[in-house]
Design a protein around this ligand. Structure first.
Ligand code: HEM
Length: 219
């Protein structure tokens, strides 16, 4: 009698339901857009202060004018150098307005994300685990605050000659704007070093997750 081979049921592939990206498309768009715009903004300052060195141009302008027999006052040389800086400031302002738009997108991304995709959730989770991740999440919180300060002081400087009550604050706003730039540079340095350290040790795919979104399995 032929032996009957018991039928073996094929392994069932458990369908993974409710898989959401760890980072929403809006957050990823904001992240890379923000990186691009901040790089552009820092480049305008780099051009103005280092590559072109607008202030250093003034004595040069006077020197060249003197070689052609024209005597220029420091104020006149300053006015000519401003022709160059105005061009760069225009780009700074376009990018600054773009940064303000991106900040609004970030708020929208947080409000429309599902619970576990929210920064607020990740912060609470990191606090509960009380590890190094808490410090990282707080550094992001500090960065969001820096962005709010940068955008509001930038818009304040932009409208200082149009809004009467802002005018007396212009110099203070410029000082805060500049100090905030150094804080942002400090954050970016620590952030990039942190990402590289993560890629080399624990989570090897943090950068690609910020590109394709990663996967977050709902419980
Ligand atoms: C990472 C972002 C930014 C950096 C690093 C940055 C940096 C700077 C620095 C160093 C100055 C010179 C301040 C001074 O004269 O003492 C400046 C001026 C200015 N920034 Fe920003 N800024 C940023 C974002 C913004 C934003 C979001 C706006 C908003 C539109 C903005 C608008 C301006 C304006 C209007 C000025 C004055 C330009 C002028 O003197 O004609 N900036 N910025």
């Amino acid at each position: 009698m032929p032996s009957t081979i018991p039928a073996i049921a094929p392994p069932t592939i458990q369908a993974k339901t409710n898989i959401r990206p760890r980072y929403t498309a809006a957050l990823r768009l904001w992240h890379w857009g923000n990186a691009l715009v901040i790089t552009g903004l820092l480049s305008t300052i780099w051009f103005m202060r280092v590559i072109i060195d607008v202030r250093g141009l003034r004595p040069k302008i006077r020197e060249l004018a003197a070689q052609s027999g024209i005597t220029l006052s420091l104020e006149q040389a300053k006015a000519i150098s401003k022709l160059v800086s105005h061009r760069i400031w225009d780009y700074h302002i376009y990018l600054g307005v773009a940064l303000a738009g991106l900040l609004a997108l970030r708020v929208l991304a947080e409000l429309t994300a599902a619970g576990r995709q929210r920064f607020g959730y990740r912060l609470r989770q990191a606090r509960a685990e009380a590890g190094a991740a808490t410090l990282v999440k707080y550094s992001y919180l500090a960065f969001y605050l820096m962005l709010v300060v940068m955008v509001s002081t930038g818009l304040g400087i932009l409208y200082a000659d149009k809004v009467a009550w802002l005018a007396p604050w212009e110099e203070t706003l410029k000082d805060i704007h500049t100090v905030d730039m150094y804080l942002i540079i400090g954050f970016l340095f620590i952030h990039v070093v942190g990402v590289i350290a993560n890629e080399l040790t624990k989570r090897r795919n943090v950068t690609s997750e910020m590109i394709h979104g990663g996967a977050l399995e709902e419980e």
